[in-house]
Design a protein around this ligand. Structure first.
Ligand SMILES: Cc1cc2nc3c(=O)[nH]c(=O)nc-3n(C[C@H](O)[C@H](O)[C@H](O)COP(=O)(O)O)c2cc1C
Length: 394
């Protein structure tokens, strides 16, 4: 991709990576991605973001299509994850007079990433950078999706540079949303990106939307196309996805696996007890429900109970898979417990319990386990255990 003029004096100088299929270990990138960067020219010339280290040469060529690299005065880093900051060190080597603008957290991250002291000017909310004919304004927007995140606002062109916010992994060679051929594919990726990157930070997303200047007409993110025609719809979607659903009752999710019905009987006793306590309860056998349905329910529940029999000194993988999908950022104010039937050694409930504690759920001191087939007393004890977990959020 070469340099693309987006507005008078605003250039896209980022690169495409159409063959990428896995991003940050955890995300699928069906349509590849782009590492976006922008160059604003005028009396002073400013770059916004760099690109992944592997793509420095193409980035440099794109900048040189607009002006000699040595004429760049400033670099604004809205967020410093290495897909954006990976070329900072090499850029500085070629542009030693460059001054970097970022938040205090950004400076720390960038210096820890590059292992060098950098010429950073730390900015706060409302700080401005006068470029002569264009004044940029900085809008810190923490936890979108690191502590360092900020937006940069160009009021003259009503253009907002948001880094990952409102971005997605999608290769659009023209960089414009209005030119996307497969709109459904883009929308799918836009939703998937929100879910993977911003899903854990919903309150911060709402704060970020409120900080966006209402008259923004162009949003330039760090992945995928710039948004103009789709901007209002994209903001609405982010707001809808981030607004908590109003619940009449607290919710509980009892998720389990069971080969011979022993753990299933415990799950049923727990569910009945929590219903009697006034919870809206959902129960799922992990072998009969999809992992994504179990993961969604587990992440939404106020109270989570996870049950597994011990099979070969461990819990079955299908149960661990649900725990691997738990959103560890948002467990504050939520409670969880572990239970299961076993035959002789009974490791599974303890292992699950430890994992739930590590994720910082409020949890009782011990898990609950029963030898083989639960007796009536065992089922009553299970009900008591479920109530004790629920008590942790009262
Ligand atoms: C293949 C297999 C391996 C097992 N391994 C263990 C084990 O390592 N430790 C243990 O305490 N129980 C073990 N058990 C016994 C089960 O945990 C026990 O039968 C339990 O009651 C099953 O509960 P469920 O009916 O909910 O599946 C094993 C059972 C099976 C079928």
């Amino acid at each position: 991709m070469s340099a693309i003029q987006l507005r008078e004096g605003i250039w896209s100088v980022g690169v495409l990576n159409p063959s990428l299929r896995v991003f940050d270990i955890v995300m699928e990138a069906k349509y590849g991605t782009s590492y976006n960067a922008y160059l604003l020219t005028g009396e002073k010339n400013v770059l916004i973001e760099t690109v992944h280290a592997d793509y420095f040469e193409e980035y440099e060529q794109n900048i040189r299509q607009v002006l000699p690299l040595e004429q760049v005065d400033y670099l604004i880093m809205n967020h410093n994850e290495p897909d954006h900051s990976g070329s900072v060190a090499r850029l500085l080597d070629q542009c030693p007079g460059l001054e970097i603008f970022c938040t205090a957290a950004g400076k720390k991250h960038l210096e820890d990433i590059t292992n060098r002291t950098l010429p950073c000017r730390v900015v706060k909310a409302g700080d401005k950078l006068d470029l002569g004919g264009r004044t940029l304004e900085f809008i810190p927007a923490p936890l979108l999706h690191w502590a360092d995140s900020m937006f940069t606002w160009d009021p003259a062109d009503k253009t907002l540079f948001t880094c990952d916010f409102l971005g997605c992994h999608f290769c659009e060679p023209t960089m414009l949303d209005e030119n996307i051929h497969d709109q459904a594919a883009y929308e799918g990726e836009f939703a998937y990106y929100y879910q993977g990157i911003f899903g854990p930070f919903k309150p911060f997303v709402l704060a970020g939307l409120d900080k966006m200047p209402a008259d923004a007409r162009l949003v330039c993110p760090s992945h995928g196309p710039c948004l103009s025609g789709t901007l209002e719809r994209a903001k609405e979607l982010y707001r809808t996805w981030s607004t908590p659903k109003s619940k009449e009752k607290k919710s509980a999710f009892v998720v389990y696996a069971s080969a011979y019905g022993c753990t299933a009987a415990l799950a049923a006793a727990a569910a009945k007890a929590l219903e009697a306590e006034g919870f809206s309860v959902t129960t799922a056998d992990v072998t009969k429900q999809s992992l994504s349905a179990c993961a969604d329910a587990a992440n939404e529940a106020d109270v989570l109970l996870v049950g597994a029999p011990t099979i070969n000194k461990d819990a079955p993988k299908a149960v661990w898979d649900v725990l691997a999908c738990l959103d560890a950022v948002n467990t504050k104010g939520r409670a969880a417990g572990a239970f299961g039937a076993y035959g002789w050694s009974g490791e599974a409930p303890g292992m699950l319990h430890t994992r739930l504690q590590q994720l910082r759920f409020a949890a009782p001191e011990t898990p609950f386990k029963v030898l083989f087939t639960p007796t009536t007393e065992d089922l009553e004890a299970m009900a008591g255990y479920a109530r004790s977990v629920a008590d942790l959020i009262k």
